[in-house]
Write a protein that binds this ligand. Sequence first.
Ligand code: NAD
Ligand code: UDP
Length: 316
Amino acid sequence: MRVLVAGGAGFLGSHLCDALLARGDRVVCVDNYLTGRAANVAHLAGDDGFELVDVDVVDSERLHGALTGHFDAVMNLASPASPKDYFAKPIETLDVGSLGTRNLLELARRDDARFFMASTSEVYGDPLVHPQPESYWGHVNPIGERSMYDEAKRFSEALTMAYHRTHDVDVRIVRIFNTYGPRMQADDGRVVSNFIVQALRNEPLTVYGDGRQTRSFCYVSDEVRGFLALLDSDQIGPINIGNPGEFTMLELADLVIELTGSSSTIVHHDLPVDDPKQRRPDITLARELLGWQPSIQLREGLAQTIPHFAAEIGVG
Ligand code: NAD
Ligand code: UDP
């Protein structure tokens, strides 16, 4: 297949490019480096099957001008993903989720390509149903401080379904739960990167609020394996792909301190507004329809991730 990966120079996108190339697909990676970096895909520069295009997917004219040839699949991962990034770039986040998604859906329609939409567990907002099955419609503040991201992704899902129903575009929607691993940026503000970098520097770990809120963390290779299982399946989705192992932020902090052998302590900072109190995927559909489940648990995944950050920040 010839696959367009929008947002391919980001954390998840770059691992997806690796996985597609490894199985023999050709990849055109499109990115404007809003939150990603060319370094994430620099190792692919010599690969004949790989092409890197610097373009903003919001700019329809430039996007269509920059891309030639036929695509078999269009995978849309373009969007800021870390709260720190989308708080700083709210309009860009709404633009890429709306206009960007529409431009990529038009490309898929033009080429009769399969369209893959990277959605998020944030569509469930601060969930009142726990764990979250795909049938739950969510509890989202539409004008709240996280709304630029939550509503952009909810709009993306709606637009994807509209193209499917109106233009018969063959679509797949994945709802991604917190994913971590090598190539996350040391300063991207997400909890795993913050805690590991702080622990490696023997600085206090910044726990927001009382630290009793929970998240479920999926290692990047498991997540990308789930993407490909969905892409190759006949399921439209949405389907949750995440690791149901659920941890409080205090438990995560303790584990990171233990695995890094750090002398760090813990300090509490204010909890961001509308920060979800709990999050855990119900992965029954992924198990039953895709035969997918995660294989790397948090302790092992963190142990594989820590050396990447140590190298990145020049510690250890
Ligand atoms: P990331 O910020 O590392 O990657 C996003 C990429 O999209 C970056 O390379 C960025 O430069 C690019 N991008 C943003 N706007 C663009 C535009 N207008 N045109 C072209 N490129 C653009 O984030 P990530 O963690 O790799 O997330 C990838 C996708 O997965 C995002 O859509 C995100 O919403 C979704 N997701 C990620 C997680 C997670 O835990 N990592 C969880 C839920 C959903
Ligand atoms: N968090 C924290 N300390 C940090 C960064 C984040 O305690 O330095 C908390 C944050 O308040 C949230 C959880 O960790 O409850 C996950 O945050 P992240 O930004 O990684 O992802 P989110 O799930 O909120 O999108």
